[in-house]
Design a protein around this ligand. Sequence first.
Ligand SMILES: Nc1ncnc2c1ncn2[C@@H]1O[C@H](COP(=O)(O)OP(=O)(O)OP(=O)(O)O)[C@@H](O)[C@H]1O
Ligand SMILES: [Mg+2]
Length: 401
Amino acid sequence: MGPNEQQLLEALRPVTDPELQMSIVELGMVKEVSSRRGRVTATIALTVAGCPMRDEVTQRVRTALLGLKGVKEVAVELTVMTPDELQAVRAKVAGRSADPQAWGGRQSAPAASPAGHQHAHGPGGHGGPLGHEQGRPNPFGPQSRTRVIGISSGKGGVGKSSVTVNLAVALAAAGHDVGILDADVYGFSVPGMLGVSEEPTVHDLKMLPPEAHGVRCMSMGFFLDDEQPVVWRGPMLHKALEQFLVDVDWGDPELLLVDMPPGTGDVALSMAQYLPTSEVYVVTTPQPAARKVAQRSAYMAKKLNLPMRGVIENMSWWSMPDGSRQHLFGEGGGAQMAEELGVPLLARIPLDPALREGGDTGEPVALAAPDSEIGRAFADLAEAIVKRGRARVFRSELTVR
Ligand SMILES: Nc1ncnc2c1ncn2[C@@H]1O[C@H](COP(=O)(O)OP(=O)(O)OP(=O)(O)O)[C@@H](O)[C@H]1O
Ligand SMILES: [Mg+2]
């Protein structure tokens, strides 16, 4: 005879949630636990779908159950709490902690990943219904005060991520409150370029985005090992992006820059749906032929009814020691594209090895050398985007034409 349900629950009672440090039984995280011929199945509901501690929780549950006499095998299934269940958890946590300050602020939030803990799998990795349709508000819905700036290009390698990161630090340096959403879930590069060394922490059941140089950011890079290939199916990708919005405490930034993956696929569609007030800025190189590919993202934006606000030309020239400019990648592509799209050319950013070096070391050039030619180009771009103001066109719904 294996243990009965009561015995199983008693064995789980001492198991604590790594973040909340309360019994998982107390917290109502144990949805189901049963045993049949020495095989135990436990269903555990996590507080956030992308819970960075899911492996740790699974491990603790397994260890506790395997310690019981007669238990040979343990299968742990993870689900996610419903908003009502979460509410109950909040009440319990609040009841335990008489001092709300104990949970307040980034410093005192429990660390999501103590030393030695493996990287968690990313959001969307396991099922479970979640999302604003389940009652979690999307902080970037139509009412949001945040200006959402999508940095896109139909072409890869033109500098979208470099522009996003440097623009963000230039905006922060000018006193703006900025976040970056790295929507390039396959080829994330923002954490490295921005120099984020910490991982997201969890506070009040939401992930707090780590911050560097005054810019907070959320990226799939926090959840995956660099070498690990990312294979997302469409719906998982959609879910992961959704969780980056609804399960992250963004703190109502003034601007949210979205580093888009190259191309015009699934991600753009998801982002258009979740970020209905997105403005789109296209990055291109000066080569007139390159702009045709880069421009595809502008057509995509048009199909999705997102306002195209401007063109950013990158790798525009190489400044020689005598002050002359070498146009290594041709000339005029940015201006031509801007004219074709009927939007301003907002910046021409020179080639500078310091940009790549800053990306490698996590010290963005716009911050490390604000008075250099390239540093000024980013400061000017930041100013131009702020001056441009919020787009007045709001989409009321997603329509794909
Ligand atoms: N103005 C510049 N001067 C020098 N190097 C640059 C410049 N802009 C970008 N680079 C370099 O070009 C490479 C590609 O840049 P980046 O990763 O920002 O492009 P991307 O458009 O985001 O690429 P992907 O399509 O792969 O996401 C990087 O090595 C970056 O350091
Ligand atoms: Mg990129």
